[in-house]
Design a protein around this ligand. Structure first.
Ligand code: BGC
Length: 744
């Protein structure tokens, strides 16, 4: 007996074939490449619309002109600014991921989009990768379990999530051409699982092929990656969309499972899958069937989105900028902030006692939503920490703000971004008859990178000069206040698409300023906004450190609520914060940020897997995050079920005085494995909220696959029988309970 869903799918396939049979070659080709910078071609004669896409992960990007990388300049395209994926992952709360996805999907539909180019789920291999803020974690399980509900939330709105960038898009340096040598096991265990999960569990309708090459082939033309892994092994029948300009060769792209070519160029007919493809078909070099397959996948996507077929009138309409969306964004921001350190219960501050508050640091007053590359958005509003603090304290307290350090002015992303640059460069080369010369492009990008490094050097002198007065003012002010909060960190001048960071240090001499401030205020509250880890050489001297990723339009509100204890922090790090960059695997092997080629020599030993194996203590470990209350763990019981699954039962108790939420993490550590395996790996987690004195019994199931590794000889995951240590922790280092499970 076929299910209702199977019957519907079969009917859809028939409809697709009917439409396909009516189409001319030109019409088919029109559908498989861009007809605008964010829009594919449709077939009006047959009522097939084009697909309207938009970035990105932190909200629906402003409207662009159809054929120029210039914002259309509309006043109706401001949107809700969502927490970045790095903030979202720090909540360790899949429900927040679903809700965030639901808001993004609703806003995308509300703005008339069919495909939203999100979420970004690449594994964070190096803390220096410029786009880390757009990604979730260094761990595949955490990424997968947050990405699946996110995708479901988006697609609930009849909008496709286009999950990006498949695969292993781990650096921005030479991003269009870099060839990454990665062994098969590492791909299957580290870089693939989250993509597999969004396809198989999240039912993602679209996937974006990455710019980089893997083992010699561009991801968008990589048959191994797209045909074998994505389509055959995982059964993906949705649409694969290229990253913008990620396709280079007609025959290769035509003959592999990429369905839609999008690009940064305005000469749409000259796209690789446009006229050049038609010529190749006419010459008999490529078969028309290759095009048919792409059209089928795109039509299937349209049926799923109710753009075509009998259910068109039922398609959700979406909406944007609703109070409900802002509420969801605020909740996520609150749960995302991570209390890294809190000695002597310095935090929270008692608002009634703070009559004079001194706030120092540019991120207190800076807006971040309009930067970062394609993740930039035009936010309806963004509450910065300073505004959050002022709103919270009202007129009863004096709040003084000092910049503290100098940040050189950079052109805003709206006037200047990587994509626009790509076009500008081509203007030199006869725009209109664009030459798609990869080497030429690479040369341009290399030159730009050199200019950036030289510019940063020049800025250092400017910063040093201007900081003299700024430091003096801030230090003076800090002496005389009830409380002093430093709000520093990074911004999208370094957390950005198209560039990697050069080091892991705080820019603008912030370390020096923090050291000086700590001399006059032992009780300095050090807080950060940023998208990737920074070194904190003074951290032993600071009593309180709070970290926030780019957390959306309500960042400042959530920040103030945490500072004054209205909200108890519950975020945990979804990535390791190393003591210094030199400790990282990619720093040790030197295989990051190179041009041309990188070898991922560390293999599986990325993030905490590396720090565990090398016995290097990071500044703050994966999974770390404090609360204003305390939690006790007890009563671990491991039970093998009849089906071979292992039940992990234990109790968490709130032993402190405030309501709070704790994320318990369950790691599996193989004992005496016959193959080399990471010391331990995160396999499950659960977040529980408890009133003071209350406890809760928690039960988590580990499936057989949670014990498995990828056996390259068998080309399959294998879970060897034997003993495994089950570690239950408040972080990857703070293991509270241990037991041994025997796998039959
Ligand atoms: C980025 C993608 C983005 C696309 C469209 C590319 O440069 O890598 O993440 O979705 O542009 O803006």
């Amino acid at each position: 007996m076929r299910t209702e869903a199977e019957r519907t799918a079969q009917k859809t396939e028939k409809e697709i074939e009917k439409l396909l049979n009516k189409m001319t070659l030109d019409e088919k080709i029109a559908m498989i490449h861009g007809a605008g910078l964010f829009r594919s071609g449709g077939v009006e004669r047959l009522g097939i619309p084009g697909l309207v896409t938009s970035d990105g992960p932190m909200g629906v990007r402003a409207e662009f002109m159809n054929d120029r990388w210039i914002p259309a300049g509309n006043n109706d395209d401001s949107v809700s600014y969502l927490p970045s994926n790095s903030a979202l992952a720090s909540t360790w709360n899949p429900y927040r991921a679903y809700e965030t996805g639901r808001v993004l999907g609703a806003e995308a539909r509300g703005r008339g989009k069919d495909v939203i180019l999100a979420p970004g789920i690449n594994i964070k291999r190096s803390p220096l990768c410029g786009r880390n803020f757009e990604y979730m974690s260094e761990d595949p399980r955490l990424t997968a379990t947050m990405a699946v509900p996110f995708v479901k939330g988006v697609q609930h709105n009849d909008v496709a999530a286009c999950v990006k960038h498949f695969a292993a898009n781990v650096q921005e340096t030479d991003r269009l051409m870099v060839d990454e040598e990665i062994d098969e096991r590492t791909l299957y265990e580290l870089y693939f699982p989250a993509f597999k999960a969004v396809v198989q569990e999240g039912n993602a309708y679209a996937v974006m092929g990455a710019y980089n090459k893997i083992n010699g082939y561009h991801c968008c033309e990589n048959r191994e990656l797209l045909d074998r892994v994505l389509r055959r092994e995982w059964g993906f029948d949705g649409a694969v969309i290229s990253d913008w300009g990620g396709i280079h060769k007609t025959k290769e792209a035509a003959e592999c499972s990429i369905d839609l070519e999008m690009s940064i160029y305005p000469d749409f007919d000259e796209y690789v899958l446009a006229n050049p493809l038609k010529e190749a078909i006419e010459k008999g070099e490529v078969s028309e069937e290759a095009v048919d397959q792409k059209v089928r996948n795109l039509l299937r996507l349209m049926f799923r989105l109710k753009m075509l077929g009998r259910h068109k009138s039922e398609r959700r309409a979406g909406t944007y900028n609703t109070p409900d969306h802002r509420q969801i964004i605020l909740k996520t921001a609150e749960e995302s902030m991570i209390l890294l350190k809190n000695e002597k219960h310095l935090l929270p501050l008692d608002a009634a006692m703070v009559k004079k508050l001194v706030v120092i640091g540019q991120n207190a007053a800076r807006i971040h939503s309009d930067g970062g590359g394609s993740a930039e958005i035009k936010a309806l509003y963004e509450i910065c920490p300073l505004m959050g603090l002022k709103c919270r304290l009202g007129g009863g307290a004096q709040v003084e703000y000092y910049k503290g350090y100098h940040v050189p002015e950079k052109p805003k992303m709206f006037d200047h971004n990587w994509q626009a640059d790509s076009l500008d460069d081509l203007k030199d080369t006869n725009i209109g008859q664009l030459v798609r010369d990869d080497e030429h492009m690479q040369e341009i990008h290399r030159r730009r990178e050199e200019e950036r490094v030289a510019q940063l050097e020049r800025e250092k002198a400017e910063i040093h000069e201007k900081n003299k007065a700024l430091f003096a003012q801030a230090i003076e002010a800090a002496r005389d206040a009830d409380a002093v909060i430093f709000v520093g960190g990074l911004n999208h001048d370094s957390d950005s698409e198209g560039i990697d960071r050069l080091d892991m240090k705080l820019p603008y001499e912030q370390d020096l300023l923090i050291e000086e401030l700590l001399k006059v205020r032992k009780d300095l509250i050090v807080t950060f906004i940023g998208g990737s880890p920074v070194e904190m050489p003074w951290r032993d001297k600071a009593q309180a450190i709070l970290w926030s990723y780019y957390a959306g339009m309500e960042t400042g509100t959530a920040f103030a609520q945490i500072i004054f204890g209205d909200v108890n922090p519950s975020g945990k790090l979804a990535e390791t914060f190393p003591d210094k960059y030199e400790d990282c695997a990619d720093a040790k092997n030197g295989q990051f940020g190179l041009w041309g080629r990188i070898r991922l020599e560390e293999g599986l030993y990325c993030g905490y897997r590396h720090f565990d194996r090398q016995r290097i203590k990071p500044a703050f470990c994966f999974g770390h995050g404090l609360s204003y209350t305390d939690f006790a763990y007890s009563g671990l019981m491991l039970k093998t079920e009849k089906n071979g699954e292992i039940r992990v039962n234990f109790t968490i108790k709130n032993t402190g005085k405030r309501i709070g939420a704790e994320t318990a993490q369950i790691y599996v550590a193989p004992i005496g494995s016959k193959v080399d395996r990471p010391d331990k790996e995160l396999k499950a987690y659960t977040k529980v909220e408890l009133a003071p004195g209350k406890s809760k019994k928690v039960s988590v199931t580990l499936k057989r696959e949670d014990f498995a590794y990828f056996d390259t000889a068998l080309h399959d995951f294998v879970a060897d029988a034997g003993d495994y240590e089950i570690l239950v922790g408040a972080s990857s280092e703070d293991i509270r309970l241990k037991g041994i499970a025997a796998l039959a």
